[in-house]
Design a binder for this molecule. Structure first.
Ligand code: PEP
Ligand code: MN
Length: 333
């Protein structure tokens, strides 16, 4: 249920109303927008007499929210959420590009790529330390050492770092990581999501390999219901019968997620296509579709990358793409 308050309601009257809802065992999500304050009630609202609430002099309107996602729902929070990562903003008109290798391989590799993508205008550095690989015989990542190397790259460039967490027990290793990624294989690892909800870290939540948008939003809800509202949604392609691509990039997810939710939406054209030569077109299309950012794999030596070389751009190609992204951004402004 959402309750839209009238304008300029005194703070103590608002607090009284909130306390009353809390006394009924409900969670109250307060969204202070530019023009209106919205109270979102979470929990069993069947005990709330909506006619009574609507009749209060400080209440403008009351609506039942039928969707199962509440905290992530735009009805609860009409304004776009802006996520701040160090001095980078993402969402609500702020666009950010995250670039870097699939996996951290060595200090020289990650620092070199970090410097190159920074020079090209990237806002954050990605790099996997814990890698979810289909085959147990493939490179599994440098793990804790990989995180340390990312921190060195951050120190060298100032770029905030984004890396994937696979297991709750590894959480202490991510204390000094700026954005924690939940990969497509873990989008419905609900215990992990709940634990991340108890942190205050920005979470980059990827859409599951065969995940619906509703499932993605419910996964975001797991994080948010536990207190962490810093969630970035990521469309990274879904499994279909398309034969030439690693996945199918569902670009229509971008405007639909924006309609349904206030959370920022970014696109990963690298995992969506699996092919470096397809990445620039899809990155530009995603920008045109209104994405709040992109996450793009970049490697200094793609043929010898330990993971996902085929879909990795060389730094010079990323630099060219970054210029075109700017042009598209200006065109749709
Ligand atoms: C990755 O970002 O390297 C990754 C494994 O992505 P996804 O979870 O989308 O497959
Ligand atoms: Mn990858």
């Amino acid at each position: 249920m959402i309750i839209v308050l009238k304008q300029n309601v005194e703070a103590d009257r608002q607090e009284q109303l909130i306390d009353w809802f809390k006394g009924l065992g409900l969670g109250v999500h307060v969204s202070d927008g530019q023009y209106q304050t919205v109270l979102g009630l979470v929990g069993d609202t069947s005990k709330v007499d909506s006619d009574l609430v609507a009749s209060l002099d400080i209440v403008d309107s009351v609506k039942r929210v039928t969707e199962t996602f509440k905290c992530a729902n735009r009805k609860f929070h009409p304004d776009d959420t802006v996520i701040t990562v160090r001095d980078v903003k993402l969402g609500g008109g702020h666009f950010a590009t995250i670039a870097g290798p699939c996996s951290v391989e060595s200090e020289e590799q990650i620092v070199g790529i970090a410097k190159a993508v920074k020079a090209a205008g990237a806002d954050m550095l990605r790099g996997g330390a814990f890698k979810p690989r289909t085959s147990p015989y493939d490179f599994q990542g440098l793990k804790a050492e990989g995180i340390e190397l990312l921190k060195i790259a951050r120190q060298e460039t100032g770029l905030p770092i984004v890396t994937e967490i696979m297991n709750i027990t590894d959480l202490p290793l991510f204390d000094d990581v700026d954005v924690l990624q939940v990969g497509a294989r873990n989008t419905q690892n609900f215990d992990l999501l709940k634990e991340l909800g108890r942190t205050n870290k920005p979470i980059l939540l990827k859409r599951g390999i065969a995940g619906t948008l509703k499932e993605l939003l419910m996964s975001a809800e797991y994080i948010m219901a536990n207190g962490n509202e810093n969630v970035i949604l990521c469309e990274r392609g879904i499994r279909t019968y398309s034969d030439y691509f690693r996945n199918t990039l569902d670009l229509s997810a971008v405007p639909m997620l924006h309609e349904l939710s206030h959370l920022p939406v970014i696109v990963d054209p690298s995992h969506a296509t699996g092919m470096a030569r397809m990445v620039p077109q899809m990155a530009l299309a995603a920008t045109a579709a209104g994405a709040d950012g992109l996450i793009i794999e970049v490697h200094n030596d793609p043929p010898h990358a330990l993971c996902d070389g085929a879909q990795s751009l060389r730094p010079e190609d990323f630099a060219k793409l970054a210029g075109k992204i700017k042009t598209v951004r200006e065109a749709i402004r």
